[in-house]
Design a protein around this ligand. Structure first.
Ligand code: ADP
Ligand code: GN1
Ligand code: MG
Length: 376
């Protein structure tokens, strides 16, 4: 007997006209939010042709249609930009494929939204940077992404998750979760709770700079993990930024910071042995240089000055979000084992402590690299 999930997947597959016979669909990738499948089709001759089919997580994204409208607009805009710059849009931006009805997404009988894109072949998606050169390649891609969207009409975008990187608000939601303590887990994580409480003032740094007009609002990606960029397997250059669900108005330092959070160390996000979780300043420097190169001259001197705060805040905020989810019973992020969100929270807080310790070095690197950016 077929499970409900299999029946739903089959229904979604049937909504599309594949040019070759279907050979199967398997779960794919390491995302924490959507359900991603790699769809295999087999031409009569030659290698199989692959696609990426995704079911959008309806509890994380309450307005999946708005999200898809954003994605249609952003990928269309990028396609034109890449073409006008002489690039190859089939490899440098995601391509949404139409349903049999000619729509850009499919809503199934359960009301869930699916999308199909070309699989960008000949690329690697890394879970850890390994070398500064590879990390710098991802940085150039994310910096360039921001530059390409520099004149995108931001007011036309839906704010798919309101206050997504409003760290002050994340702090408030965390306090509420501690107060409710719906799973009775607060006593066991007292140390982590106190870690957050001691950093309440930090949570205001970026939003306050935005309120004061020190930092400008831009169109940003907002989820710039290393595994959200595809690297060309032969050139090792970052070519395609993926996971466009959270493209919204935001701060450039969020995109910079989220990459540092995830990639400027050699441990997994859920590493249990915290002695292995260490900020690597060489990776940080390589990313800074790459991001500045990719963004070109769009960043203001104030944005460059605030880059290290972006790293510190995105890491603190992500730790707060993992802890909040743990307190609320692990309902937001996908988990593979009990306690995984707590493990994830602890790696983030270890990194925050290290960033605090090395903050002046991080600032020096940003300023030095920023001063030299015209010549790189
Ligand atoms: P999530 O929101 O769950 O993180 P992503 O959109 O990032 O979902 O997709 C999950 C993974 O699937 C990516 O990390 C990447 O490995 C792979 N992936 C997604 N889209 C493509 C694509 N068009 N071509 C190749 N791989 C892809
Ligand atoms: C989620 O979708 P994915 O796995 O790329 C999350 C990010 C977090 C990240 C932590 C929509 O990203 O905000 O930083 O997990 N995405 C959403 O790894 O909440
Ligand atoms: Mg992703």
């Amino acid at each position: 007997m077929r499970t409900q999930a299999e029946a739903q997947l089959r229904e979604a597959l049937e909504a599309y006209d594949f040019p070759h016979p279907l050979a199967g669909a398997v779960r794919y990738g390491h995302g924490h939010i959507n359900d991603t499948f790699c769809v295999l089709t087999q031409p009569r001759e030659g290698d199989c042709v692959r696609y990426i089919l995704q079911r959008i997580n309806g509890s994380v994204f309450p307005n999946p249609v708005g999200l898809m409208e954003n994605m249609v607009a952003v990928t269309g805009f990028l396609r034109e930009k890449v073409t006008s710059l002489g690039g190859d849009p089939s490899r440098e931006t995601l391509q949404l494929l139409p349903t049999k009805q000619g729509a850009s997404w499919y809503t199934d009988t359960q009301g869930e939204v699916w999308r199909l894109t070309d699989f960008v072949e000949g690329t690697d998606c890394l879970q850890s940077a390994g070398t500064p050169a590879l990390f710098a390649a991802s940085a150039r891609a994310f910096g360039r992404f921001q530059r390409l969207l520099g004149d995108f009409p931001a007011e036309t975008l839906h704010e798919v998750i309101p206050r997504f990187h409003d760290t002050e608000n994340r702090f408030r939601l965390f306090l509420e979760a501690v107060r409710q303590d719906s799973m009775g887990r607060a006593p066991e994580v007292r140390r982590e709770i106190d870690f957050v409480l001691a950093r309440q003032a930090d949570c205001s740094v970026a939003v306050e700079a935005l309120r004061q007009g020190v930092l400008p609002l831009r169109v940003t990606h907002n989820d710039t993990k290393l595994n959200n960029v595809l690297l060309d397997r032969s050139t090792r250059e970052g070519i395609c930024v993926i996971d466009l669900d959270t493209v919204m108005p935001g701060l450039s330092i969020y995109d910079f910071g989220d990459s540092i959070r995830f990639g400027a160390n050699h441990a997994a996000e859920d590493e249990k042995d915290l002695s292995l979780v260490n900020l690597d300043l060489d990776l940080y420097e390589a990313y800074t240089q790459g991001f500045l190169t990719g963004a070109g001259n769009v960043l203001t001197p104030e944005e460059i000055r605030y880059l290290p705060w972006g790293a510190r805040l995105m890491t603190l905020e992500c730790g707060i979000r993992f802890l909040t989810d743990y307190l609320q019973g692990d309902t937001y992020f996908k988990t593979q084992y009990p306690g995984q969100n707590l493990d994830r929270c602890r790696t983030q807080f270890k990194l925050v402590s290290q960033m605090e310790e090395h903050f002046s070095q991080m600032e020096d690197i940003a300023l030095t690299r920023g001063a030299r950016r015209d010549s790189i």
